[in-house]
Ligand binder design. Structure first.
Ligand code: ADP
Ligand code: MG
Length: 165
């Protein structure tokens, strides 16, 4: 995928409420404005990379890009699981991410246990891959040090969204 690494940021919005948090794997959702900017060659599936909430620390992440059932599968969604335990939710904050590599396409699972174990193996793969020097380099990219300190007023969210390289 020639668009990788792909940098983007946007406000964390409420998701479809599929209970990811109950599975122990909360996923922070981006608004449509961010999803709609995705380059055409970024296909659906699971990605790994780096993420930062507001101007906080930079953590490893896994992201799922898929078809959003809320919009009858006509719109994509981007859901980021930050590999870190946060004390509180961060709805309304700006999430900055760089997608670094692709793990696998989406698929369906016969059981919740099978789904959870697939996600946990994605997380393990992301942790190992991101320790490679060429991926570690992106953690210190200027993109993250330019992360905004506070969310924008909601009516003017669009200009703060930065997509692409
Ligand atoms: P929703 O359907 O609203 O996305 P989730 O159950 O997926 O609900 O929970 C996602 C929310 O959990 C995020 O928007 C964020 O505020 C919070 N959260 C807490 N810890 C994490 C984490 N490690 N990664 C992603 N989101 C987290
Ligand atoms: Mg979610």
């Amino acid at each position: 995928m020639k668009s990788l690494p792909y940098f983007c940021r946007g406000e964390v919005i409420r998701g479809f409420g599929r209970g990811s948090k109950e599975l122990g794997i909360p996923t922070a959702n981006f608004p449509d404005s961010v999803v709609e900017h995705l380059p055409a060659d970024i296909s659906t599936g699971i990605y790994y990379g780096w993420a930062c909430v507001g101007s906080g620390d930079i953590y490893k992440m896994v992201m799922s890009i898929g078809w959003n059932p809320y919009y009858k599968n006509t719109k994509k969604s981007m859901e980021t699981h930050v590999i870190h335990t946060f004390k509180e939710d961060f709805y309304g904050e700006i999430l900055s991410v760089v997608m670094v590599g692709y793990i696998r396409p989406e698929r369906s699972y016969d059981s919740l246990e099978a789904l959870i174990s697939a996600i946990n193996s994605d997380i393990e793969e992301a942790k190992v891959k991101l320790d490679q020097p060429e991926h570690l380099k992106l953690k210190t990219d200027n993109f993250f040090s330019s992360a905004p300190h506070s969310p924008p007023p909601s009516t003017t969210a669009a200009p703060s969204i930065m997509n692409g390289h």
